[in-house]
Ligand binder design. Structure first.
Ligand SMILES: Cc1ncc(COP(=O)(O)O)c(C=O)c1O
Length: 423
């Protein structure tokens, strides 16, 4: 695909964009803001505003406790079925619950209990740190009898070393767990290939879909994945802290146990029996009361992705990351930037990283002075996330143009290298 670095060319790409009309379905309160952080927190869908009002005023305000009988109690399973459509899961395998970290804990503990004789967990250093912490916590809780093997990268953290991954997965491996799309470089694992690798050695495979759900067609059932988790506040636009989801393959459901035996995961919660009996199927991985305001708002937000369809979403996403890679090479390379993401779109999610030794200070200048919001990830990555439902090509072009201005005018030089907390 050949591109041109002019603004007119970006306008032309927008004219041809079949998803362009979706942008109007989001709240864009500042049209001059270049928001390239939908891979961290998706924009607010207009339908979610009205739905949130309705949940608060009508359901909570008027129905009070009886709202649990009008669709609240079933919401984790009902919304799970909607998410299932986005991740290639047949019915009865997905529920919405808790956070991604908590779900990883629940599924890791369940997986390790399945394979008590095996003591190895394989992951990689490109994984989201919280995932690594949760794994370490599980090992600690289980008495430090397991070892965590972390595969590295041989190209400065762009891609994982697949040869090392293959040799690390051995007959002693209980669990392989990876982020489907890695959070810094955006590397996209081949789900089928890696799942097969785990299964050849009798290990279970657990995918973290946080950076791929809603932006990449996923086929968990077809790939034979055992377990998966993911969040809903990135490309699903569920809102800050909206609850996460988990997937347990049907074939495993009656064998595995949650490590948290709460009443939502009990077979007959309203019998209030004194002893725990697991619920049928995936519902046993629920623990306690779910955040209804957030869960139900997220349910509405999901409809936009379902309507647009993941094939169209992925086509636009690939075009956007290709275009941004081109702009990196043509406009930013002269300022010392390099692309910190795979060049092959088949191995890339919907964000790219720009690497620069002054990345942190440049990111600060973009946010404070240029009305551009990317985010920064250590040590030198400025991440740009592209959300096909509302990011336009002109917005991408404008973002790159403003980065050029920061560099030409050396705006970043006045910022200290000391880090702020979030972006
Ligand atoms: C890939 C990945 N996994 C896990 C998490 C942690 O999610 P939570 O804070 O919902 O536990 C995140 C958060 O951004 C993430 O990006």
């Amino acid at each position: 695909m050949s591109f041109h670095p002019s603004r007119d060319y970006a306008l032309e790409l927008d004219k041809q964009d079949k998803l362009a009309s979706y942008r109007d379905q989001f709240v864009i309160s500042d049209p001059n803001l270049i928001y390239l952080d939908g891979n961290s927190l998706g924009r607010l869908p207009k339908v979610a505003v009205e739905r949130a009002r309705q949940i608060v005023e009508e359901e909570w305000g008027k129905d009070l406790i009886s709202a649990w009988n009008k669709g609240w109690w079933e919401a984790p399973a009902r919304v799970g079925e909607k998410i299932a459509q986005l991740i290639g899961a047949g019915p009865g395998q997905v529920v919405v619950s808790d956070t991604t970290s908590v779900n990883l804990y629940k599924l890791t503990m369940a997986a390790l209990a399945q394979n008590p004789g095996k003591k190895r967990i394989v992951t990689d250093t490109l994984n989201f740190p919280s995932d690594l912490y949760v794994l370490q916590g599980c090992v600690h809780t289980l008495g430090n009898h397991h070892e965590i093997v972390r595969i590295g990268s041989r190209d400065n953290d762009l891609t994982p070393d697949l040869t090392a991954l293959e040799s690390a997965i051995n007959k002693d491996t209980a669990l392989v767990t990876l982020s489907h799309v890695t959070f810094k470089s955006g590397y996209l694992y081949n789900m089928k290939r890696i799942t097969d690798m785990a299964h050849r050695n009798g290990a279970l495979m657990l995918w973290d879909l946080s950076h791929s759900v809603g932006v990449i067609p996923i086929a968990l059932d077809e790939c034979g994945a055992d377990l998966a988790i993911g969040c809903t506040y990135k490309y699903l636009n569920g809102g800050p802290g909206s609850p996460a989801f988990l997937y347990v393959n049907k074939s495993l459901q009656e064998e595995v146990a949650s490590p948290i035996w709460g009443w939502w995961g009990q077979n007959r919660p309203f019998a209030f029996g004194l002893d725990y009996e697991p619920a049928q199927g995936v519902n046993r991985f629920l623990a306690g009361t779910q955040p209804m305001l957030s869960l139900l708002t997220m349910e509405t937000a999901l409809d936009l992705v379902l309507q647009a369809g993941l094939t169209a979403v992925r086509t636009k996403s690939v075009l956007m990351t290709e275009y941004a890679s081109f702009l990196t090479d043509s406009l930013l390379a002269p300022f010392g930037f390099s692309l910190g993401s795979p060049r092959d779109p088949a191995k890339r999610g919907s964000h790219i990283s720009l690497r620069h030794p002054d990345g942190y200070r440049i990111n600060r200048a973009l946010i404070d002075e240029m009305n551009v919001i990317p985010d920064f990830r250590e040590p030198d990555n400025i991440r740009l996330g592209f959300a096909p439902l509302y990011t336009s090509f002109t917005e991408i072009w404008e973002g790159f143009d403003r980065i050029c201005r920061v560099m030409e005018e050396k705006k970043y030089e006045k910022y200290p290298s000391k880090r702020l907390t979030v972006t």
